[in-house]
Design a protein around this ligand. Structure first.
Ligand SMILES: Nc1ncnc2c1ncn2[C@@H]1O[C@H](COP(=O)(O)OP(=O)(O)OP(=O)(O)O)[C@@H](O)[C@H]1O
Ligand code: SF4
Ligand SMILES: [Mg+2]
Length: 325
């Protein structure tokens, strides 16, 4: 593919803070990374660590507090409303719960048509053109044409998510934030949707940011994996490297929680203990310290930073190499 390996998205020092009655909540706190065209970045971490907020901040569905987002080299945080609306065609999102994100009063056809009308790709009067494109999209995501006039409540979770995917694809985007797209689905349907998304990626040369709390979901899917903890990236590496050589104690704990029947992956069970640090006005130093079995005084240092432990493998820990041997 011609644009393979070209950087499509670059994020620098992205922050998204929320003012709450209790103080400033650091939902996303200084995250930097890039994704190459046609590739998938898996983003994992437990509930509340800032995955969705980061995805939304990149798309400007939440206005970032600071930082930079470059799409195809352009600084999109400088875009005005009109330019942002145009950019929406290129950058889309698929939500976790298709039921919640679909209008219950819209048929399958109306739901898929909506982005085409909002973006004025088709005129409302061009019923034939619209219907043709809707059917094209339904075929693409494996929805039978007989469902054209069905309502979301008449369909199962997998079919509803196929509508969500068709809506996201309607404008022929290059980049899609997939925010836990299979978490709400039955396990038997999860694999079908993941396969569909993978096929679509190959066919349409899509670039994904795939958010999940389940590492095993992104293992076969992602080129790179970012592990987040309380608003920060604690480790990022090419997928194979992350699974073979996890360095951060939190990553190790996540990995040790999934059974991997492969002796090449050394699995030392790490138990997380203690309370979770509050994301509101957090103290300097490592945010994992209260739960980390290897924490010492040095971990409270405000100097904590990402270290490149091997090419393309970044870890944020003060005690790299001093434990887990
Ligand atoms: N609009 C908002 N106002 C205030 N705080 C918010 C808002 N949205 C998210 N947060 C807070 O930001 C933090 C990150 O939330 P976010 O939804 O991004 O986490 P997540 O990793 O996507 O979690 P989950 O796995 O449960 O979806 C949480 O502490 C959450 O309570
Ligand atoms: S910096 Fe300290 S507390 Fe944080 S992960 Fe490393 S060893 Fe654990
Ligand atoms: Mg979320």
């Amino acid at each position: 593919m011609e644009n393979q390996n070209k950087e499509l998205l670059k994020v620098e020092h992205l922050k998204k803070y929320f003012n709450t009655p209790g103080g400033v909540l650091h939902a996303v706190d200084d995250v930097s990374f890039s994704i190459r065209a046609g590739e998938t970045l898996g983003v994992v971490g437990e509930s509340g660590c800032g995955k969705s907020t980061m995805g939304r901040a990149i798309l400007r569905l939440h206005e970032p507090t600071s930082g930079k987002v470059y799409f195809e080299g352009n600084d999109i945080l400088s875009y005005d409303k009109n330019k942002m609306k145009e950019l929406r065609r290129e950058m889309q999102i698929i939500f976790q719960d298709p039921f919640a994100s679909l209008n219950p009063r819209m048929t399958v056809s109306e739901a898929i048509m909506e982005p085409l009308l909002i973006q004025k790709i088709y005129d409302k009067k061009d019923k034939e053109g619209l219907q043709k494109r809707v059917h094209e999209l339904m075929n693409l995501v494996g929805l039978a044409e007989r469902l054209t006039n069905s309502y979301p409540h008449e369909l199962d979770g997998g079919r509803r998510q196929r509508i969500g995917i068709a809506r996201a694809l309607a404008l022929r985007p290059k980049f899609i934030v997939c925010d836990e797209p299979v978490s709400a689905l039955d396990v038997s349907i999860q694999a079908q949707i993941l396969n569909l998304m993978q096929d679509l990626q190959d066919e349409l040369d899509l670039t994904y940011m795939f958010i999940t709390h389940d590492l095993s979901v992104v293992k076969h899917f992602s080129n790179q994996i970012m592990v987040m903890y309380l608003g920060q990236m604690v480790e990022m590496a090419p997928t194979e490297v992350l699974f073979k050589n996890p360095v951060h104690p939190y990553t190790k704990a996540l990995l040790s929680a999934i059974p991997i029947p492969d002796p090449d992956y050394p699995m030392e069970r790490i138990m997380m203990k203690g309370e979770i640090t509050s994301p509101i006005d957090p103290e300097p130093g490592c945010r994992f310290a209260k739960r980390c079995p290897y924490a010492t005084e040095v971990c409270g240092s405000p100097d904590i930073h990402l270290t490149e432990v091997e090419p393309g493998h970044f870890v944020s820990c003060m005690r790299i190499g001093e434990f887990g041997k």
